[in-house]
Ligand binder design. Sequence first.
Ligand SMILES: [Cu+2]
Length: 286
Amino acid sequence: MKYLFGSIFVFFTSNLFASANDWQLSFQNPATNLMQEVIDLHDLILIIMTVITLFVLFLLFYVSFRFSAKRNPTPSTTTHNTILEVLWTALPVVILVVIAIPSFKLLYKQEKSDTYDMTVKVIGHQWYWEYEYPDHGNFYFESYMIQDEDLQEGDLRLLTVDNPLVIPANKNVQILITAGDVLHSWAVPSMGIKTDAVPGRLNETWVNVKEPGTYRGQCSEICGTGHGFMPVVVKVLPENEFMAWANEAKNNYAINEDIQPIASPEEELVLSKNDVIKLEVEEKKL
Ligand SMILES: [Cu+2]
């Protein structure tokens, strides 16, 4: 019986319907081993709660039937049963511990890896993301959503940006997340990431994406009127292509004072980073 319930619910929560179809159920295809573990934990908890729900439902039906006034005209006056009371206190505790152990393990695993191949920094702003590459020349750039009227053939509405975050495949990438103004949350469901971007605080997580490709998410902490218009797009490239991109990006986005910009005019060098951001925001508005 348990096997049957398990099979039914694993079927409904498995990835049979994944990769964004109509009527899709359950999660997106997992892009990382960690997301696979999240799905496995979800499936385990779903089975546990289904068994509990059915058991309670059975008890309710049973007492309504067996102890109705018709079948049980003189009710028992028993009020306490020590063994039962100990059991229904201890069993839920055991069940919670069974859930808590893998859950906490996974939480810790999601926060830190033993080794990192590189680090990127994500900064949430009203209403765009900023990405920094401290290991590849310390350049940074901003990622704005493409407006409806500027979408190209094949672009996804509300889910396409001008400059996606680019990372290499099969590498441990540490992601540091913070915000410049209000709370945001950097979320990419297929990678199992939803980490709050909090002003004045540096949260961390990491990914190791198996397959090159484009992965999408959205800001997941209500942050103002533009909240729905700051999607996350992560482009995962094979390592050599990533290095080529990083070299090019270092020159394209060279507005950091620490490195030598190639194409930037001299005046830009004396501007602080915030001035440059302000100028660029105004430019976008125009
Ligand atoms: Cu938001």
